[in-house]
Write a new protein. Sequence first.
Length: 309
Amino acid sequence: LKAFDYASPWKGQQQMYKLDIGWPKIPEYFTGQTFCVAVDSVHGLVYVGQRGDNVPKVLVFSEEGYFLYSWNNTVEMPHGIFVLNTETDSSVWITDVGTGKYGHTVKQYSPSGKLMQILGTPGNAGSSLIPLQFDQPAEIFVEESGDIYVVDGDGGMNNRLLKLSNDYKEIWLTGTNGTGIGQFKIPHSVTLDPFGRVWVADRDNKRIQVFDKVTGEWLGCWSSCFSEDGPYSVRFTANYKYLIVAQLNINRLAILEAPPVGSIGNCVMVNAVQLADETKPHLVDVDMKSGAVYVAEIGAQQVQKYVPL
């Protein structure tokens, strides 16, 4: 049996993505473990968060793959990263899971690395009773309205999804540690679709859970696609037809059919990108203009770019 002959729902289908082997132009700029990546498709920039001693924590590349600059201040252990563009400016949000004086926070930076806002108590792990007290916050998604969605956390005492207003007040909060409906075991990644739904990678429960963005009400759950490995990230393709999910332990990007308005139904895997062994894809982001997918790989210590075919 040939290696690529295993039975799968996308067998015989054309691959949907191909690796851009020219991105980045000089891979040697990756000097730590690359945990996260965010695309600013308005300005053609790609931000990479990496960890390690004496390495720059944030690297900035052009979408063509040229290294532009890096910054390091007040970032300890980046976990998730997100770029927000409004009509007037853009900012970079980073979740920091460090245990030192900067950790357990969600921070907003200017594109050049100037710290603009800190949510949480730096250096203090939180309890689920206080909304803005984080414990290893995993990822953040910010709407153009300024509303903020945080999944908290990456193995800390909190297992919850939190929605904040643009002035950082709690709108709703859902989730406790557990396996039941609306409970989480390591909520690891969060994104929104155009239909008012919040999608959460509930990593250690091996499922994706979906919530109403206005009320926080639970809308459904996908688990049948994740028997082999839980979802580490959730991002939509540029046309919102598919959901791209990293599965770290089996080195795979799963491409799932995204449901339109209405019931989310059951998950259907339509395609996959199999990465090399020990690549360990952790979090991904999608360029909403070109459709390119960027994958932060902590095993390979690199970010790779996949372009739609």
